[in-house]
Design a protein around this ligand. Structure first.
Ligand code: ATP
Ligand code: MG
Length: 390
């Protein structure tokens, strides 16, 4: 019997006057995610079907679709003509073993059939019991629920169970954000979280070659590549940061080095974001995780940005929760690789925990020709365009 995929989307964004905008974006993203595969796409009210694919590729379809933001769940369904006998056979394929409890639920859009949905459900229950007489009907809390969805045009879909998808909003419906992407665990998760709210993601990475190796940069490219599975195309900006880091080391008070460095990072990120049409900056900061992530430190780094909001989706999350997400989205193993981040080069032993804006501004102003160095770094940025590797 022919298998198809039934896709469901969050109904929140399918209401109201922007429905077409969200829906078109979602469908565009589904098609992008399935690029290179052959199938038929069918759109009905609030549901989509992927049909006519090679069955041996089904896992690949499911893997890609579960990562599309905006889809809430999918089911592998059997598509048949709306004839009772065929429905019965399809239902029997889903019958559990042993003495499980079950129910069959029927929805009927095709009013031409001579039985109503209750009668059809009872009939389908009979098919189940024929196949496995040990089953018990339980209409309230069944262990297995089998659905028969009888559509208008003479076809029905039979399925059981839902595979959860990534949820959220379709990427591209909430503008574009510039993610400050390090090689750590946190920032890839932060980017994923904002993409899940519909943001298209660009990423910026500060690289202190030769103090940090080519491998450290490759690690960040790999992380961004992994994110494309969820976020779609990502532009990654790699900023040469060695000169600026050396200057910070040379001119600034040791305990303020990280504070000044983070201010300059955000400044460069904002300038690049504005240039490339991003409406927000995104970081992987989590309150109190390290000295540079206290409320006071965040106040002082915020102060280096002029206009754009800084989104910190992990601010209230524990490290464990962040790690769990990193595992679920498959960035964990890459983040775990040991290559040094530019932050760890020239690290002072005792960074200030409660910096003040005045001191930070003063320390930053000690850096000779900082503006030239910033312009030079921005001029020499390397732009890497990444797409999902299907
Ligand atoms: P992560 O695990 O994301 O590296 P972290 O716990 O190491 O975070 P910090 O080093 O204080 O924390 O960095 C805080 C945030 O600053 C990061 O989440 C990231 O958004 C940004 N960041 C740090 N280093 C870099 C870098 N080399 N390039 C770009 N962004 C960076
Ligand atoms: Mg880091």
């Amino acid at each position: 019997m022919k298998k198809v995929l039934l896709l469901r989307c969050g109904e929140i964004f399918l209401k109201g006057k922007n429905k077409a905008f969200f829906e078109n974006k979602l469908i565009e993203n589904i098609k992008k995610a399935l690029e290179g595969l052959e199938y038929t796409f069918i759109r009905t009210q609030n549901r989509y079907y992927v049909e006519d694919y090679e069955e041996w590729l089904q896992d690949e379809f499911v893997d890609r679709l579960t990562k599309v933001f905006g889809l809430t769940s999918l089911s592998i369904a059997t598509k048949i003509k709306s004839e009772y006998e065929l429905m019965g056979q399809a239902v029997q394929e889903l019958v559990p073993q042993g003495n499980a409890s079950f129910r069959v639920s029927v929805t009927r859009a095709d009013k031409r059939l001579d039985k109503n949905s209750m009668q059809i459900a009872a009939m389908m229950g009979g098919y189940c019991l024929d196949k496995n007489p040990m089953l018990k009907v339980d209409l309230h809390k069944p262990q297995v629920e089998i659905f028969v969805d009888i559509r208008e045009k003479g076809y029905s879909y039979v399925f059981s169970g839902k595979i959860p998808c990534a949820g959220g909003m379709p990427v591209g419906t909430a503008g574009r954000g510039m993610l400050l992407l390090s090689g750590g665990f946190d920032s890839p998760v932060a980017g994923w979280r904002m993409a899940r709210r519909g943001m298209e993601i660009y990423a910026i990475h500060y690289h202190s070659y030769p103090h940090t190796s080519e491998l450290a940069k490759q690690k960040v490219v790999d992380l961004a590549q992994k994110l494309t599975k969820y976020c779609g195309n990502i532009k990654l900006f790699v900023v040469p940061f060695t000169d600026i880091q050396q200057k910070i080391h040379q001119y600034c008070r040791a305990d303020y080095m990280i504070t000044v460095m983070r201010r300059i990072m955000l400044d460069i990120a904002e300038r690049t974001a504005v240039k490339y049409g991003c409406g927000a900056l995104i970081t992987g900061e989590s309150l109190a995780q390290v000295a540079s992530q206290t409320t006071e430190s965040i106040t002082v780094t915020n102060n280096a940005v002029n206009v754009l909001p800084i989104f910190r989706p992990l601010i209230g999350m524990d490290k464990n929760e962040i790690m769990d997400t990193a595992k679920a989205i498959d960035t964990y193993a890459t983040s775990e690789l040991p290559y040094e981040d530019c932050c760890t080069v020239f690290l002072p032993k005792y960074p200030v925990i409660k910096p003040s804006i005045q001191v930070a501004v003063k320390e930053q102003s000690r850096i000779v020709n900082l503006e030239e160095s910033i312009s030079e770094a921005i001029e020499n940025v390397e732009v890497i365009s990444l797409s999902p590797l299907n």
